[in-house]
Design a protein around this ligand. Structure first.
Ligand SMILES: CC(C)(COP(=O)(O)OP(=O)(O)OC[C@H]1O[C@@H](n2cnc3c(N)ncnc32)[C@H](O)[C@@H]1O)[C@@H](O)C(=O)NCCC(=O)NCCS
Ligand SMILES: Nc1ncnc2c1ncn2[C@@H]1O[C@H](COP(=O)(O)OP(=O)(O)OP(=O)(O)O)[C@@H](O)[C@H]1O
Length: 202
C-alpha cells in the first residue's frame, strides 16, 4: 500500500503549489477541491442530500448553484456541518478507491484545506501542514479569487485554527513568501523516506 501524505493548510496557504511540486516529483495527488466539485454533480446521494437540504435550486441543470451553496455553507458553523456531513463521507469513499487504484505507487497525496476537520486523519499516514501567516493568506486568496476580504474571512471562520492544525501536523512547510519551498519539499520526502521501513507493512 502507498504511503499517504495528507496536505493541509488554510485557504491561500499555498497547498496547490506544494501539490504541484509533489506531482512533479512523481507523487500523484488527490486534489479534494476538484474531486469534490466532480462528485457534487455526479454522485446521486450527494445530489439527493443537497436537494433535500437546500431545495431544487441548488442545481441549475447539470451545474451546481455555487453562489447559493457558498452563501449557505459559509454562513454559519451549523450550516457548514450539515453540508459537510452530506459531502465528505462520499469524498472519503472516492479517495479510498483512488488510493486502491494506485496501490503500486510508493507515495500518494491528498490536498485539502479541511483534511482534519473533514475526518481524514485516519485516511493518511502523515499530515503535512502548509503554513503562511493569516494576512498573507488573505491577500493571496483575495487576489487569486478576485474576492473581497470579508468573503475570504468568512471562509476562514469555517476552517480550523492554524495553531490547532499545527499541533495535529507531523510536518510543517512554511510558505510565507520568504522561505524557499523546493528545499522544504525535498527535505520532507527525504525525512519520510527514512521512515519507510516503519511505514511499510511488514
Ligand atoms: C461552496 C463552494 C461551491 C464554493 O465554490 P468556489 O469555487 O467559490 O470555491 P472552491 O471550491 O474553489 O473552494 C475554495 C476554498 O474554499 C475553502 N472551502 C471550500 N469548502 C469548504 C468547507 N466545506 N469548509 C471550509 N472551507 C471550505 C477551501 O479553502 C477551498 O480550497 C465549494 O467550495 C463547495 O462546494 N464546498 C463544499 C464541498 C467541500 O467541502 N469542498 C472542500 C473540499 S477540500
Ligand atoms: N510563495 C508564494 N509566493 C507568491 N505567491 C504564492 C506563493 N504561494 C502561493 N502563492 C499564490 O497564492 C495563491 C493561493 O495559493 P494556493 O492556490 O496554492 O492556495 P491553497 O492553499 O491551495 O488555497 P485553497 O484552500 O483556496 O485551495 C495562488 O494564487 C498562488 O499562486
Amino acid at each position: 500500500m502507498a504511503i499517504r501524505i495528507g496536505l493541509t493548510g488554510g485557504i491561500g496557504s499555498g497547498k496547490s503549489v506544494v501539490s504541484r511540486l509533489l506531482e512533479v516529483m512523481g507523487i500523484p495527488v488527490y486534489i479534494s477541491d476538484i474531486e469534490t466539485r466532480r462528485l457534487m454533480v455526479a454522485d446521486e446521494s450527494i445530489r439527493r442530500g443537497l436537494t433535500s437540504l437546500l431545495g431544487e435550486n441548488v442545481y441549475i441543470g447539470e451545474n451546481l448553484n455555487k453562489p447559493l451553496l457558498a452563501s449557505y455553507l459559509f454562513g454559519s458553523a451549523e450550516h457548514a456541518a450539515q453540508v459537510n456531513a452530506i459531502v465528505h463521507p462520499r469524498v472519503k469513499d472516492d479517495f479510498r478507491l483512488w488510493c486502491s487504484a494506485r496501490s503500486i505507487c510508493p507515495w500518494v497525496g491528498i490536498e485539502s484545506a479541511i483534511l482534519l476537520e473533514a475526518g481524514f486523519r485516519g485516511e493518511v499516514d502523515k499530515v503535512v501542514m502548509v503554513y503562511a501567516p493569516l494576512e498573507v493568506r488573505i491577500q493571496r486568496a483575495v487576489s487569486r479569487d478576485a474576492s473581497s476580504r470579508e468573503l475570504i474571512e468568512q471562509r476562514i471562520r469555517r476552517q480550523m485554527d492554524d495553531e490547532e492544525k499545527r499541533r495535529m501536523a507531523d510536518y510543517v512547510i512554511v510558505n510565507d513568501g520568504n522561505s524557499p519551498l523546493i528545499p522544504q519539499v525535498l527535505a520532507l520526502i527525504s525525512s519520510l523516506s527514512k521512515n519507510i521501513d516503519y511505514l511499510c507493512e511488514r
